[in-house]
Design a protein around this ligand. Structure first.
Ligand SMILES: Nc1ncnc2c1ncn2[C@@H]1O[C@H](COP(=O)(O)OP(=O)(O)OP(=O)(O)O)[C@@H](O)[C@H]1O
Ligand SMILES: [Mg+2]
Length: 480
């Protein structure tokens, strides 16, 4: 029986669903009526406590400045997944995870409408930001499961963007992906070796278009005599100003200047302002500089120079800001381009991976640094990842009161130093050859979990840690 496999780009601002249909060997995108990904917005009815509008429709209600009275509009939930923030309606409390489930349901509903005969659980690869931690990954998996989606694997968003982009990559060797969205900047440097896309380095910053909207709204507020500080403005009015600023920010990517006027703001006052693109750029310059720093740091970690990058692929809505495009072009010149299918490439890349399960291995060996400084590999980059636990037993050779298990990664066949992933500290009794038992496991959420115990100490306390920054290598069948 042929299968349908899905990729999901669950974004701070927009969420894209893509299906690879084995029957037709084609990719099908699921988005709003205008042909774009859905907005990651849910509007709750304050009286009934139920979802009143979802996705783009909910976003339009948010933009519609009068009708939000009876609604609680929730946006950017991806950034709040593990926060304590909740939204209260008359008879129900909504947590971020519950809201995320509703966002996943938008896609599930569309998929079930297209293929009503299919009752099967939807299997999907979900793209996540480079620094999404263990709790956030778990929250995503649970939210998706509640909507009827089984997350088979995660992938880093910029890596998925490269895998799913429509650019012809056949002759290209070194890549940098610059993905700046509503909530985060994610950068990946990748190399293509023997048909495999190998992640060399990843970098991130949790600042996106939302932060610009906030700065912009603050600027508009402060340029008017409202009599109160921005942070004290009633949430509904603040939200209205933020929404308006988001729209005008996008207009500023095409216009040289824009005018804002928002009536019935604080105490019925109209706030207004005119801003030129040059003034706007001065406002965001510091932020953009910090992103360029993240990009150069990531390049430095990859061991490649800017000159060695053959393609700098830009994706994400915020990368459309002319100043961002200019800055990246200044560095990479004609080797830089904005992805042709920027809105969909992450979901498409994730769907491509879903259709080729098991196509990935670790990009480096992962193991332990022994007391003599040698690197002992637990997982080798050349071996397939089977997601089964590996038990390692070590003997303590010093009469210390503490044992430290140092976990590191090292490029195979590379003479250089291993780079540190993290460490686990265990109590020791001070005898030689105390047995330390460690269990290593790379789960399908692509996090490395290590738990260790000193079997000789009285406490026999197991210490566990999860590391999410691993790098992977993807083998994909190239299209002709
Ligand atoms: N033309 C434009 N000019 C400036 N900003 C834009 C433009 N188009 C979209 N944006 C901004 O891009 C952001 C949304 O981008 P995108 O859809 O890539 O984010 P996301 O994938 O939802 O977020 P993330 O990946 O950070 O979780 C919003 O902040 C939006 O205001
Ligand atoms: Mg994104």
């Amino acid at each position: 029986m042929s299968k349908r496999l899905f990729g999901i780009d669950f974004g701070t601002t927009t969420t894209a669903f893509c299906c690879f249909d084995e029957d037709t060997e084609s990719y099908i995108m699921f988005g709003n009526d205008a042909g774009h990904p859905y907005h990651s917005v849910i509007a709750l009815d304050k009286v009934t406590g139920k979802v009143a509008f979802k996705g783009t429709e909910a976003w339009m209600k948010k933009a519609d400045l009068v009708s939000t009275g009876g609604l609680t509009v929730v946006s950017s939930v991806k950034q709040k997944l593990v926060s304590d923030e909740v939204w209260e309606t008359n008879n129900r409390i909504w947590t971020p995870e519950m809201v995320a489930t509703e966002i996943f349901r938008i896609g599930v509903d569309a998929i079930r409408t297209k293929w009503p005969e299919s009752k099967a659980l939807i299997e999907a690869v979900v793209a996540v930001p480079v620094d999404f931690n263990y709790e956030e990954r778990k929250a995503i998996s649970r939210a998706a499961a509640n909507a009827g989606i089984y997350v088979t694997q995660f992938v880093s968003e910029p890596t998925a963007a490269l895998i799913g982009c429509d650019e012809d990559l056949r002759e290209i060797r070194n890549f940098l992906v610059f993905d700046w969205g509503g909530g985060t900047l994610d950068v990946s440097v990748l190399k293509k070796v023997g048909g495999k896309f190998k992640e060399l380095a990843k970098g991130t910053k949790r600042d996106g278009g939302d932060r610009i909207d906030e700065e912009f709204a603050r600027w508009v507020h402060n340029s008017c005599d409202t009599g109160i500080p921005f942070d004290m403005v009633e949430p509904r009015n603040k939200d209205r100003l933020l929404t308006r600023c988001e729209q005008e920010k996008r207009n500023l990517s095409v216009e040289k200047d824009i005018k804002i006027a928002l009536p019935s703001y604080h105490k019925g006052l109209t706030v207004r302002g005119t801003i030129t693109r040059a003034e706007f750029e001065a406002m965001i310059k510091e932020l953009i500089d910090s992103l360029i720093d993240v990009m150069f740091d990531t390049l430095a970690k990859s061991g490649l120079s800017a000159e060695q990058i053959d393609l700098a692929l830009m994706v994400g809505g915020s990368s459309q800001i002319p100043m961002v495009k200019r800055e990246i072009e200044n560095i990479f010149g004609s080797r830089c381009s904005y992805a042709q299918n920027a809105e969909w490439c992450i979901a498409k890349g994730a769907a491509k991976l879903a259709a080729q399960p098991g196509s990935y291995t670790l990009a480096s060996d992962v193991g332990i640094i022994l007391s003599d400084g040698f690197f002992f590999p637990v997982f080798r980059n050349s071996e397939p990842l089977n997601h089964r636990p590996v038990v390692v037993t070590l003997g303590l050779v010093e009469d210390a009161k503490e044992a430290r298990l140092i976990i590191a990664e090292k490029s195979s066949g590379h003479n250089g130093n291993a780079s540190l992933i993290g460490a686990i500290t265990l109590p020791a009794s001070g005898f030689n050859f105390e047995p330390i038992e460690a269990i290593f496991e790379v789960e399908t959420d692509l996090a490395l979990r290590v738990s260790a115990v000193n079997a000789l100490t009285e406490s026999r306390r197991t210490e566990s840690r999860t590391f999410t920054g691993l790098k992977f290598e993807y083998l994909l069948h190239e299209e002709d």
